[in-house]
Write a protein of this length. Structure first.
Length: 121
């Protein structure tokens, strides 16, 4: 897994078009402080070919999750937000500018670290 650094967030979201039209395949609670979400997305760096992307959140200190049986019904038309604020990274479904506003999201995860791994579609 590769760490996602604060300086890379904007390029990471641009590369995957903010994950618009993507699908969430799984949401795994590994431990009370580790959560992994797996999505499929189009990769601008690969001529918009589809790939699977696993994102691991470690040092989770707040989250609002969705039951895995309901993941197929999640609408990602607005994409996702990834925000770095203080010592925390925040991931949420939808477009948000700061951590306090994203707590209204259908799903969010606030953690100390984010890592990702690209896989085949």
């Amino acid at each position: 897994m590769k760490p996602l650094h604060n300086s890379e967030i904007t390029k990471f979201l641009e590369r995957f078009d903010d994950f618009k039209e993507s699908e969430i395949h799984s949401l795994k609670i590994i431990s009370p402080t580790e959560i992994e979400i797996t999505l499929t997305a189009q990769d601008k760096a690969r001529a918009y070919d589809w790939l699977t992307l696993s994102i691991l959140f470690s040092g989770v200190n707040d989250a609002k999750l969705i039951d895995e049986s309901k993941l197929a019904y999640i609408d990602l038309d607005d994409g996702v937000s990834i925000i770095k604020e203080g010592n925390n990274f925040a991931f949420a479904l939808g477009r948000y500018q700061n951590i306090s506003s994203l707590k209204d999201a259908q799903l969010y995860i606030i953690s100390q670290n984010i890592k990702y791994n690209e896989g085949a579609f």
